[in-house]
Design a protein around this ligand. Structure first.
Ligand code: SF4
Length: 63
C-alpha cells in the first residue's frame, strides 16, 4: 500500500505528523514530506487514521 499527499490541498498543520511522525514531516515551508510512501501492511490502521483525520483531505491510500 502506498500513501500519497496532494500538496495543492495540504495546509501543513501536521495532524498526520502527530499520528505517524516517522512517516510524515511538516517542513518549515509548511508542506508535508512523506518518508517511505510504500507502507507495510502492518501500518494500514495508522495510515487510515492519518487519511481520515487530515482536515484538508490531502492524503490518500492506494494499493
Ligand atoms: S494532516 Fe493533511 S493538511 Fe495536515 S500536514 Fe498532514 S497532509 Fe497536510
Amino acid at each position: 500500500m502506498r500513501v500519497e499527499v496532494d500538496l495543492t490541498r495540504c495546509t501543513g498543520h501536521g495532524i498526520c505528523e502527530s499520528i505517524a511522525e516517522d512517516v510524515f514531516e511538516v517542513r518549515n515551508d509548511g508542506t508535508v514530506t512523506i518518508h517511505g510512501d510504500e507502507r507495510p501492511e502492518a501500518d494500514r490502521d495508522r495510515m487510515r487514521q492519518a487519511v481520515t483525520q487530515c482536515p484538508a483531505a490531502a492524503l490518500r491510500l492506494t494499493e
